[in-house]
Design a protein around this ligand. Structure first.
Ligand SMILES: Cc1cc2nc3c(=O)[nH]c(=O)nc-3n(C[C@H](O)[C@H](O)[C@H](O)COP(=O)(O)OP(=O)(O)OC[C@H]3O[C@@H](n4cnc5c(N)ncnc54)[C@H](O)[C@@H]3O)c2cc1C
Length: 280
């Protein structure tokens, strides 16, 4: 009996049943294969991640790469959120601080943190002592801010020092999504040129997306040749470089406490309403 004769000899009800089962299996296989992999974070419990690479970027800044359980695992951190990291300070006491990875879920198998280590910093001590092969205890996702494409027309960002990492995460997610038309305007303040974190990456984004991403660097102690801002971030700099107040813009802030306070005062006097602002 050839295959056609065999099919014709079957009971039509069995044939229909078999066809339905076949379709269900194909759809299930498609859904399963296209499902986003599950993240590796637990919001209730700390989980350990192994440090696999440490790259010194300057005298007090290093990039730490942590391995995820498999080479296809993703961290699973929503855009705009951060993780809590637990360590021990110089006295051996437990310390927990927030950090934003510079990697996204499009970077599979690992995540990276860029950490600025302060001489007296408690968690800074923990990171300074970490060596390849050590484990970091991480809990998350955490945070009140979550970015969804199309949330607004434009973002203004005011970052100081290591406060750049949440901005970098949000900016990367927006710019690397070709369907997202949101514009990003960043003012990034530091003391010296050497303090600027992620400068190559930021300049790369500005070159690749000139219509959607503008960056204005501000330095307290600029080098002799410098075309950015000088001093502290002023009201005038905000007026010139960030989107004007409006219902479809949002201003994000992340910096050391004195800077956050000064920026909140500038924004208030420029009539940015509280709902147009978010501080990480
Ligand atoms: C949402 C969020 C994400 C963050 N992501 C990152 C990140 O990706 N990378 C990163 O390096 N940090 C990040 N931070 C900052 C981080 O959480 C810690 O505050 C920082 O690492 C200092 O912690 P510490 O325990 O070492 O210092 P602490 O023990 O808290 O401070 C000790 C001393 O260090 C100095 N110091 C501490 N923080 C600052 C500062 N911001 N500016 C200037 N001097 C300071 C001060 O002199 C202070 O007195 C983030 C913060 C937030 C809120």
């Amino acid at each position: 009996m050839n295959p056609m004769e065999f099919i014709e000899s079957l009971d039509p009800q069995i044939l229909v049943g078999a066809s339905v089962a076949f379709v269900v299996i194909v759809v299930a296989a498609f859904l399963f294969s296209s499902k986003k992999p599950k993240g590796c974070l637990d919001p209730q419990n700390f989980k350990d991640f192994k440090l696999v690479k440490r790259t010194q970027l300057s005298h007090n800044v290093a990039k730490f790469r942590f391995e995820l359980p498999t080479s296809t695992s993703i961290l699973g951190l929503p855009i705009g959120q951060h993780i809590s990291c637990r360590g021990k300070d110089g006295q051996g006491e437990e310390v927990i601080k927030p950090y934003t990875p510079t990697t996204l879920d499009s970077d599979v198998g690992y995540f990276e943190l860029v950490i600025k280590m302060y001489p007296q910093g408690r968690m800074s001590h923990h990171f300074r002592e970490m060596r390849v092969g050590d484990h970091l205890a991480v809990k998350g996702p955490k945070g009140r801010f979550k970015y969804e494409p199309g949330q607004g027309r434009a973002f203004g960002m005011l970052a100081g020092g290591s406060g750049i990492t949440p901005m970098f995460q949000v900016a990367r997610a927006i710019l690397e999504n070709p369907k997202d038309k949101t514009r990003v305007h960043l003012i990034y303040a530091n003391v010296t040129y050497e303090d600027i974190l992620l400068k190559d990456e930021l300049d790369g984004l500005a070159r690749t997306y000139p219509d959607r991403f503008q960056i204005y660097y501000v330095l307290n102690q600029p080098p002799e040749v410098w075309d950015g801002g000088v001093g502290f971030v002023s009201k005038e700099m905000i007026q010139t470089h960030l989107p004007a107040p409006g219902p479809d813009i949002q201003i994000l802030r992340c910096g050391p406490p004195p800077m956050n306070k000064a920026m909140a005062a500038h924004l208030e006097s420029l009539e940015y309403a509280p709902h147009m602002q978010f501080q990480f």
